[in-house]
Ligand binder design. Structure first.
Ligand code: GAL
Length: 962
């Protein structure tokens, strides 16, 4: 099928899915039939365009000695072998003229010389498999063309039996960055061509099956499983030794079993025995269905506590090794996540084996997105153009056939953000025919005509509530409306974890718990796609000189690129914890509720402790009954009561595959005895001196009234602060209908407030400084009065703020900030911790005594922005190595930050290396802060978490330490 100059479209530009390959079939990790991995160093030649149609490299004897090498699997652009990564969210980075692609089409020619190991079986056939190549490949073995394919994140196989020699063989693969397939792969991620998954030669002995399909249902009414294995192309028997099953393939066997669930991933080792091949299987029995308008597995309603996972590694892109895959899943399990949507393509096939083993509910999504047509009002959308339907069906088949034998996969998804069209209906029809035992998902068609679930992205809490009541806006067609209204509801994406956030998780969770129809969702997304970069630390869109790009929108995960959990993940873990532990009627007593869907609490131990100001005064184990799912009990710690904080932790009683005994699954706290506000400091009289005013341990500038010393400690720039370096969620997304406060704040000039001193009054028992804080060009302002008092070595400050003008936006923060010498870099506080928290991201803040270096208080968001606040702080100390420093106590609990740069410097930084420590530690003590929300792609801050400009008064007491 080689192209000639006269061809209008070349092989990679026609709409067909490919040619010459084998029909798709199941993936399995191993069998007794030999396999040869062809992963490793391949010879490689890069061309910046596809113009050179010279295919002589595929001929035997071609001299590639001048070529460089690349690692397969891998992306050439990440190996310095040519081209560069490019990031766009929605837009195609080339002219939209389907199925044509640019002549500037980065091309990678790959060559591998290999000699099969000695002793491999004769006879049978050999199959060459590619598990993933972006965006297309044309393949030759020993000079013979095998065929070509598109469908980057799908497996493609060729029969190579007769061509494979016992001696040296030459495998040649041409890969283009762009193909007609690129129109179907417009996912929000880096464009990264290459042979990025495994390449394998598999022996297919005579008498081996062509394929097989494991059906393993579970009937919760009688506790029986039914196993039936369809075996194609060979006689087969299915053996399950543990169950005493030895039955012919094709025949159903029904017997009592333990079911598979994500909470109890019970797998039975089995074997499919055929005359030519013995295939090891792991069978999980479960039945998924929609009943009474909800998704049920094994007869019980599910609550999906999910994440969207792209395949990503900061060094190797979408080449993700087995260790990293397991690590992702272990991290998910440790953070109470029970579901993964494989956004937006089938993952490496081994990933699903791990989901079976560790226990995750999976939405397996097809490699299909045509989002870039949205800006063209969907003109020419391939999913509504019959000429593309074979390619769409090919993708659906390749997904289902490859992944059909996994217990974890309960839902097939047609793809993501493709608009609507006949091609999607054709895919749905095919999948239903082939696998009626799973549910169908697609979010992009609000009519839900092809699917079993009503699924949405980023709806507001208010809308979710209506949907929960089955009272959402009607859909035009009454029949479809009735059908959709009867469906279960999930959010395939919500809570956009870009930068600081997402906020509002707890409020969503309450809706999932209140409304049976709302069966949870999948946070967007698992990991930031920041690519390791010598200068920027982690790179995002634009850092490789892309002409079109979407900046740091590619960094919107719960993990930082190096897989460190972000505060968002810690928050999510707390919000979705499967056991609720809340204070009961009396100190030391708690209500424990089992929030699992299937298991009782027998696998957990409950430990309590009673702390006073961070010191444990008593602790012990709690007896909690083995509550059934949904059941609650009140339990009490054996304690004398009194004041302080009681904490109950639910921990794993035994080691599991994903965490050791003692791992904390859930916790709850109760506080008794209100925090004592500090004694009002008053008594001393301000004394005027040469250019200064002295009040107790405080020395103030006589002209500005600002403190310059506290005892021996130099204090700089203490003043009202209302600015924060806008977060990605503050800035919001351009398409958001609601006001984007981050943008508004800057327009109003909140980042350039001026502080006018109106009076410095040394009174009888107080120093009063009257100011007005306002930006140039505006009549908005904040009348701010600082009232300083002192008793003994303590200095009290009361700040009163009265807004002036028509403030229509919330304030970023409201508090004071000041600088201390850099040596005071050790923080200790009693309050929420250990991690960052904001008004709508504070569920995971645990009340206690915490200690961190100032450097460790920073959260390394890939694009620097406001971060690191600690919630509910009663007092905080900053000290140097000798222990001297400053203590600040709040009249009411406050928000505490400390960093080695100002908010302005944080705001100016674009990448982490732009943040350089100065000679000060800047401390923020905030009376209130604005919530975070999720407006970088979803709803903004809920009204109750907004910081309205209103009269406020707050106070602190400072004392020198050491
Ligand atoms: C969704 C999309 C995702 C991602 C997300 C924003 O619309 O499905 O792929 O782009 O928005 O990060």
């Amino acid at each position: 099928m080689s192209s000639t100059a006269a061809d209008a479209v070349s092989w990679y530009e026609d709409m067909s899915p490919g040619s010459g390959g084998l029909a798709p079939r199941s993936w399995y990790p191993a069998s007794d039939a030999p396999r040869v991995s062809l992963n490793g160093e391949w010879a490689f030649r890069f061309s910046p365009d596809a113009g050179a149609r010279d295919e002589s490299f595929a001929r035997p004897g071609f001299d590639a000695s001048g070529w460089r090498t690349v690692e397969v699997p891998g992306h050439w652009a990440l190996q310095g072998a040519g081209g560069a990564p490019a990031y766009t969210n929605v837009v195609y980075p080339f002219p939209v003229d389907p199925p044509r692609v640019p002549s500037e089409n980065p091309t990678g020619d790959h060559l591998l010389r290999f000699t099969p190991p000695a002793g491999l079986p004769e006879g049978g056939d050999w199959v060459l498999r590619f598990d993933g190549v972006e965006s297309c490949a044309r393949v030759w073995l020993n000079g013979q063309e095998l065929g070509d394919f598109k469908g980057s994140r799908l497996a493609h196989e060729f029969a190579v039996g007769g061509l494979l020699g016992a001696g040296e063989n030459v495998l040649a693969v041409r890969v283009h960055a762009w193909s007609s397939g690129s129109y179907l792969e417009d996912q929000d991620q880096w464009w990264l061509p290459g042979i990025f998954r495994d390449v394998t030669l598999l022996h297919r002995p005579r008498g081996a099956p062509r394929d097989f399909f494991v059906h393993a249902g579970y009937d919760h009414r009688d506790g029986c499983g039914t196993l039936r294995v369809e075996c194609e192309g060979a006689e087969g028997r299915i053996l399950v030794p543990e169950l005493g099953v030895d039955a012919p393939a094709g025949e159903p066997v029904t017997l009592p079993v333990e079911p598979w669930t994500a909470e109890t991933p019970r797998l039975y080792d089995a074997e499919l025995v055929t005359p030519g091949e013995r295939i090891a299987l792991r069978v999980g029995f479960r039945t998924v269905a929609v009943e009474d308008g909800v998704i049920k597995v094994n007869g019980r309603r599910l609550l999906l506590r999910g994440v969207n996972r792209h395949e990503f590694h900061p060094e190797t892109g979408r080449t993700v090794d087995a260790r990293t895959m397991r690590h992702d899943l272990v991290l998910m399990k440790r953070h109470n996540i029970n579901a993964v949507r494989t956004s937006h393509y089938p993952p490496h096939p081994a990933f699903l084996d791990l989901c079976d083993e560790l226990g995750l509910w999976v939405i397996d999504e097809c490699d299909l997105e045509t989002h870039g047509f949205v800006d063209l009002e969907w003109r020419g959308n391939p999913v509504d153009d019959e000429r593309w339907t074979p390619a769409l069906l090919d993708r659906a088949e390749r997904m289902v056939e490859r992944d059909k034998n996994h217990a974890s996969v309960i839902i097939w998804s047609l793809g993501n953000e493709c608009g609507t069209g006949r091609g999607l209906s054709a895919m749905a029809g095919w999948i239903r025919g082939r696998d009626p035992e799973r549910l169908l998902h697609y979010e992009g068609d609000l009519s839900c005509q092809d699917v079993d679930l009503y699924s949405r992205m980023y709806p507001t809490h208010a809308e979710v509530e209506l949907i929960g009541q089955r009272a959402e806006e009607p859909w035009g067609d009454p029949e479809l409306d009735a059908r959709r209204r009867a469906m279960p509801f999930i959010m395939c994406e919500y809570a956009h974890a870009m930068g600081n956030g997402p906020g509002g998780l707890s409020e969503y969770q309450r809706l999932f718990e209140r409304y049976e129809r709302c069966q949870g969702g999948f946070v967007w997304e698992w990991i930031d796609h920041g690519l390791a970069h010598p200068e920027h630390g982690f790179a995002y869109g634009g850092d490789f000189g892309e002409e079109l790009h979407d900046g740091n929108f590619v960094c919107d995960g719960l993990l930082f690129p190096d897989r460190t959990p972000s505060p968002g993940l810690v928050e999510y873990k707390k919000v979705i914890e499967p056991v609720r532990i809340g204070p009961a009627s009396r100190p030391g007593a708690f209500t424990v509720t089992n929030g699992y869907d299937f298991t009782d609490l027998g696998h957990l131990d409950f430990l309590w402790s009673h702390e006073v100001e961070g010191v444990i005064v008593a602790s012990g184990a709690l007896k909690v009954p083995e509550l059934a799912p949904g059941a609650s009990a009140e339990v009490a710690a054996e304690t004398a009561g009194g004041e302080g904080v009681w904490t109950v932790r639910a921990v794993l009683a035994e080691d599991t595959a994903w965490a050791g005994r003692g791992h904390v699954v859930a916790w709850g706290q109760a506080e008794s005895g209100a925090p004592r506000p500090p004694a009002p400091a008053a008594g001393a009289r301000p004394v005027r001196g040469a250019g200064v005013i002295t009040l107790g341990p405080g020395v103030f500038d006589a002209a500005t009234g600002a403190p310059v010393r506290l005892g021996d400690l130099a204090v700089e720039g203490l003043r009202l602060d209302m600015w924060r370096a806008p977060t990605d969620n503050d800035n919001g997304a351009a398409w958001q209908p609601d006001e984007r406060y981050g943008v508004r704040w800057r327009e109003l000039g909140l980042h350039r407030m001026r502080h006018r001193v109106d009076a410095v009054e040394a009174g009888r028992d107080a120093l009063t400084v009257r100011t007005r804080v306002a930006p140039a060009g505006s009549d908005l302002g904040l009348r701010t009065t600082y009232r300083w008092t002192s008793a003994g070595d303590r200095l009290g400050l009361t700040v009163s703020v009265v807004p002036e003008g028509d403030w229509r936006v919330p304030l970023p923060r409201l508090g004071i900030r000041f600088g201390l010498p850099a040596a005071f870099g050790r923080a200790r506080w009693f309050g929420g911790g250990p991690g960052e928290a904001y008004p709508d991201t504070r569920a995971a803040a645990m009340l206690g005594l915490w200690e961190r270096d100032v450097d460790a208080l920073q959260t390394p968001y890939v694009r620097p922005q406001e971060n690191g606040a600690r919630a509910d702080v009663r007092w905080a100390e900053l000290t140097d190595d000798s222990g001297s420093g400053l203590r600040a106590e709040g009249g009411t609990p406050f928000w505490f930050t400390a960093r080695r740069w100002t908010n302005e410097r944080l705001d100016a930084a674009e990448h982490l290396p732009d943040l350089v420590a100065g000679d000060r530690v800047w401390v923020g003590l905030d009376h209130a802060v604005q919530g975070i929300g999720s407006q970088s792609c979803g709803p903004g801050v809920l009204p109750e978490h907004r910081l309205h400009a209103a009269p406020a008064e707050f106070s602190f007491v400072f004392s020198p330490l050491g």
